[in-house]
Design a protein around this ligand. Structure first.
Ligand code: SF4
Ligand code: FES
Length: 250
């Protein structure tokens, strides 16, 4: 179908102080081959042409790797298709005549800046608290391939490294917990020899920062994993808890 007509109910909020409200729009001539963000571009062109303010939304790569396209679509982070970011969601997942609800990711630690854009710098501060490794910078650096790593650990570390920091896990969690994100970041290093230098403090420091930012506690509901576009597994939270425990014992 090359000519879908849709009703959009979109959260409009002028700034962080504004109360915000849902506003109705109609878009016409939407192709099923368009991405969801291209559909939003069509709406914004329409708004600009009629002298209205376009809807502010975050995006960068538009290919599922930067994690910036945060939107709650019909009550689901990144919309209805599993394992898919908003930018990779296509309009063929919707039908002519549909009404689509579009809201920002909501969490105390992700305040709305404008319309659909939220401030996710809390994730950056958590990363800065421990999401890094120390390496030999002497000029005599050993080739990374000279360090043996069990295949299973290399695969699990790669799976954890798939996290794009989008925040869908937080937006989906009833407690606004960031444990899946932090679990992925801690696991990525905990599984590799290169991550051992800071291993005692990494989990402690990142979780302390997570708490300071106002994210909630994990109650093992698992909604985060269901909505994560990169399939980050709950076992990463278990590994984070083991790292926390071993850090606190030594
Ligand atoms: S764990 Fe998944 S949902 Fe959470 S930030 Fe990473 S990629 Fe996004
Ligand atoms: S715009 Fe980069 S992941 Fe969607």
């Amino acid at each position: 179908m090359d000519n879908m007509n849709l009703t959009l109910k979109i959260w409009r909020q002028k700034n962080a102080q504004d109360k915000g409200k849902m506003t109705d729009y109609n878009v016409t001539g939407i192709s099923e081959h368009m991405s969801f963000l291209e559909m939003m571009d069509v709406l914004n062109e329409q708004l600009i042409n009629s002298g209205d303010e376009p809807v502010a939304f975050d995006h960068d790569c538009r290919e599922g790797i930067c994690g910036s396209c945060s939107m709650f679509i019909n009550g689901e982070a990144h919309g209805p298709v599993k394992g898919t970011t908003t930018c990779q969601l296509h309009m063929r997942s919707f039908s002519d005549g549909d009404t689509i609800y579009i809201e920002p990711f909501r969490a105390k630690a992700f305040p709305v800046i404008k319309d659909l854009i939220v401030d996710r710098s809390a994730f950056d501060r958590i990363q800065h608290a421990g999401g890094y490794i120390s390496i030999n910078t002497s000029g005599n650096t050993q080739d990374a391939n000279a360090t043996p790593i069990p295949k299973e650990n290399a695969d699990l570390a790669m799976d954890a490294a798939m996290c794009i920091g989008c925040g869908a896990c937080v937006a989906t969690c009833k407690n606004s917990s960031a444990m899946l994100f932090v679990g992925a970041k801690v696991s990525q290093y905990a599984l590799l020899p290169q991550g051992q230098v800071e291993s005692k403090m990494r989990a402690q420091n990142m979780v302390a920062q997570m708490d300071a930012e106002g994210f909630g506690n994990c109650t093992n509901t698992g909604a985060c994993m269901v909505e994560c576009p990169k399939g980050i597994d709950l076992s990463n939270i278990a590994r984070l808890n083991r790292e926390l425990l071993s850090g606190s014992l030594t």
